[in-house]
Design a protein around this ligand. Structure first.
Ligand SMILES: [Zn+2]
Length: 468
């Protein structure tokens, strides 16, 4: 029997952790995990939640962990997996293998320990387990009498290094191809190649973050970003963009560089040309990943490679300032809160649940000349979701037990989410030559999953499950 089970991302979009296991009378079961992520906001997993992260399901039979991409909601529980006794390899794409220790170092510092030596021990253990696998190549996880399991990674177009996982499982006389989508990207994403459909998927486990809606097109959201920046900066305030360190920050920088290049001498606002607009990345982690993104040019898409050939530097332009030290961060918050100099600040975390963006929000939400621009999904229970929900009607948000009134304008541009929209997900599924016999919808709000299920059924798909 070839069984799929879920240890997270079934009642929301975080804490992704799926299991594929081959069961037989003899020998004992053997399987793999796909991702091992952290829960965020109010979302809970299989007995584990943001406050209780220990791995609470059996793992003795788990031979390998396959990582689809390095977002924390897909990899953040790896240290806890090691603590639980996991001894297998960590299989991922080549860019992910470079980024994974970096993101986990940060996660360990925040949620695990401040002990540098312990962090270094955990990281070297993780590095020793990493098995980078090139896109498009089969990799054997195990092969023994009567059963075998191989995996292949394909580009998912979500963040650099992201992959969906094709699993070729043989158990007795049963031979199945099972595909785990991970997070899929939208087509025409800056920097990334878009995903192609799998050649076969007898069973498909697919995300549905935007299973109920489509994004605006790349061109229209680019000009909307331009219009929002122009309007927001007109009264001399700061535009604060809460952004994830990996993916959105780099996409936004790429897009802003494009706007600066296209509109150079034009005014963003009275007396300020696009060429002179200051962009601040206030996040050591985002800066670190921007630099890794720059090193990984061989994995960029054709459009980005063309820009580099033309002598452009989409991720390191002259208007960009990076703030690293905590002291400079506090100075920047203080300075921008008092000055009336138009400025765009990108700071994490993307859902405002922690990180440097919180200091900016505390200092700036009360002033009408400031603006908050959301570019990503805000999970239920996060301050980001509250600001989005109540900010538009002059409400408040709570940080550290204190209320902060929201007088700043709140905007949202949907397309930089780095997640496929409904039609992109449908195109991904429709592109599979033979309809999957089973489609499991995970990684979405309940309403998005329901809407996506209904849409698939209206297109003639059956065997659609929403696991809980
Ligand atoms: Zn992701």
């Amino acid at each position: 029997m070839i069984k799929i089970s879920h240890h997270g991302a079934t009642s929301g979009v975080t804490g992704s952790c799926h299991e594929l296991t081959l069961h037989s009378e003899q020998p004992p079961p053997a399987g793999i995990l796909i991702d091992c992520g952290l829960f965020q906001g109010a979302e809970k997993g299989d007995g584990a939640s943001a406050s209780n992260l220990s791995v609470d399901f059996p793992i003795d039979h788990i031979r390998a962990l396959v990582v689809t991409h390095v977002h924390i909601d897909h990899v953040g529980r790896i240290p806890y997996l090691l603590v639980a006794g996991f001894e297998g390899p960590i299989i991922c794409s080549e860019p992910s293998a470079i980024m994974l220790p970096e993101i986990l170092e940060d996660a360990l510092k925040i949620g695990f320990t401040r002990d540098k030596q312990l962090i270094e021990r955990v990281l070297s253990l993780i590095r020793s387990r990493l098995v980078p696998v090139p896109y498009g190549q089969w990799h054997e996880v195990f092969a023994e009498p009567g059963r075998s399991l191989s995996i292949r990674l394909q580009r998912a177009g979500h963040i650099l290094g992201s992959a969906y996982v094709e699993c070729d499982a043989v158990s007795g006389d049963k031979h199945e191809r099972i595909v785990f989508s991970g997070d899929l990207g939208a087509p025409h994403a800056p920097l990334l190649q878009e995903p192609a459909s799998p050649e076969r998927a007898d069973r498909l486990v697919i995300e549905s973050t935007y299973g109920d809606k489509d994004h605006e097109s790349r061109e229209s959201r680019r000009y909307r970003l331009k219009a929002i920046l122009e309007r927001a900066l007109a009264d001399g305030g700061t535009v604060l963009i809460p952004a994830f360190s990996i993916g959105r920050t780099q996409e936004l920088l790429y897009e802003i560089e494009g706007l600066i290049h296209e509109f150079g001498n034009d005014c963003v606002t009275d007396g300020l040309a696009w060429d002179d607009l200051e962009i601040v990345v206030d996040s050591p982690l985002a800066a670190e990943f921007t630099s890794i993104y720059r090193q990984l040019k061989p994995f960029w898409n054709g459009e980005a490679a063309d820009l580099v050939r033309q002598g452009r530097h989409p991720l390191s332009f002259e208007q960009l300032t990076v703030i690293n030290s905590h002291e400079n961060h506090l100075n920047a918050v203080d300075y921008l809160a008092r000055s009336h100099r138009p400025c765009v600040v990108l700071a994490g975390s993307g859902m405002c649940a922690g990180g440097r963006v919180v200091n900016y929000l505390k200092a700036m939400l009360g002033e009408a000349r400031n603006d908050v621009l959301f570019v990503g999904y805000q999970a239920a229970g996060t301050p980001g979701r509250d600001i989005l929900a109540y900010g538009l009607r002059g409400g408040w948000v709570e940080f550290d037990g204190e209320r902060f009134d929201i007088r700043a304008s709140v905007h949202q541009v949907g397309g930089y989410s780095a997640h496929a929209g409904q039609s992109d997900l449908i195109r991904f599924i429709n592109g599979i030559p033979e309809k999957p016999a089973e489609i499991r919808i995970v990684h979405g709000d309940a309403s998005a999953k329901q809407a996506f299920k209904q849409h698939l059924e209206s297109l003639g798909y059956s065997g659609i499950l929403i696991p809980d």
